[in-house]
Design a binder for this molecule. Structure first.
Ligand code: SF4
Length: 322
């Protein structure tokens, strides 16, 4: 297990308060998430937040919805009483939250909410007819004020690829926070990139190349500028889920570091496992486990340090499902 997993207190992750079982929904109910409370809570230290409650809308409250035309920033108004316009209040509490929670490594959101919905939240015309869909008001503010923060909807985490992707991003961001942001230097930035290379390659090979070139002369740029540019591009690249094809490509690169140390039978076994995975016959955990076995014995310090080989706690079983 890598050092980044050892955070004794758990990794700080924000969550829509209703998902924690808090009775903060407009009707006094909640949307308790078993996966968050029973599985992820073992690793994450959740910080619940309900933007509507903090904006002063009580419980129970009149429901609100998004209203506007495509291309406009939607307004957030009462469903029954459209003169109740909470757009500015919600924007303000959301921006304040983002400013005061820079320590978070991710945020898990409640789907469909005009505040917390990540995407596909219904937007209505002023006459009440459905128009199009957008993100909730809180999510828009998080993207504006804290764009590198990994976001995901709890419901979308039923999808194994999206679940693994979100948790990978949380752990990568945690690594950044603890090892680059906590003690910034060009050296720390280069070290981070060095150990994240194959993870980045598996998600976005173009970003992997581009950031490699960028860092080649990052020493000539102000540190703040280099860190800001790198982090924005890195987190955006990781948000694109890796596929069987891109994972197989990254695995082949790791394999390239081992082949001189392995006999031909072992090499054939490893290549067969990578190919079985690429073709969908086995889960990612199979070739990763085999590669890790040989990396531990024959890998250089550089390849052993790759987060790609161990990006999140093994016990979560995330790579047994993709
Ligand atoms: S979805 Fe968001 S705004 Fe609505 S009750 Fe849950 S935490 Fe509050």
């Amino acid at each position: 297990m890598t050092e980044q997993h050892d955070s004794a207190e758990g990794i700080p992750v924000g969550i829509s308060a209703c998902l924690m079982g808090e009775q903060v929904r407009y009707n006094g109910g909640h949307k308790r998430s078993r996966y968050c409370l029973e599985v992820l809570a073992e690793r994450f230290r959740f910080e619940p937040f309900c933007p509507e409650l903090v904006a002063g809308l009580g419980v129970p409250r009149d429901p609100i919805r998004l209203v506007g035309a495509p291309g406009e920033e939607p307004r957030v108004v009462g469903t029954k009483d459209p003169s109740l316009d909470v757009t500015a209040r919600l924007a303000e509490v959301s921006a304040t939250f983002a400013d005061q929670h820079r320590h978070l490594r991710g945020f898990i959101l409640m789907k469909g909410s005009p505040s917390c919905g990540l995407e596909r939240v219904k937007v209505y015309h002023a006459n009440g007819m459905p128009s199009h869909s957008d993100s909730g008001a809180f999510v828009r503010a998080l993207r504006r004020h804290f764009p590198e923060l990994p976001l995901e909807e709890e419901a979308r985490m039923n999808d194994a690829v999206l679940r693994e992707n979100f948790i990978t991003r949380v752990y990568a961001f945690d690594d950044w926070k603890r090892h680059v942001e906590a003690d910034p230097s060009h050296h720390a930035l280069l070290q981070f990139h060095s150990r994240q290379k194959y993870l980045l390659m598996a998600h976005h090979v173009e970003a992997y190349r581009e950031l490699g070139r960028y860092l080649a002369d990052a020493g000539n740029r102000p540190l703040d500028e280099a860190m800001g540019h790198y982090l924005g591009r890195f987190m955006a690249a990781l948000a694109r889920p890796a596929t069987r094809k891109t994972h197989a490509n990254a695995l082949m690169h790791v394999f390239g570091y081992l082949k001189r140390a392995l006999d031909s039978e072992t090499k054939q076994d490893l290549l067969a496992a990578i190919d079985d995975y690429r073709q969908g016959h086995v889960h990612l955990a199979v070739p990763i486990r085999m590669i890790n076995h040989y990396v531990k014995r024959h890998g250089s310090a550089y390849i052993r340090a790759q987060t790609y080989l161990d990006p999140h706690p093994y016990e979560l079983g995330l790579r047994n499902a993709i």
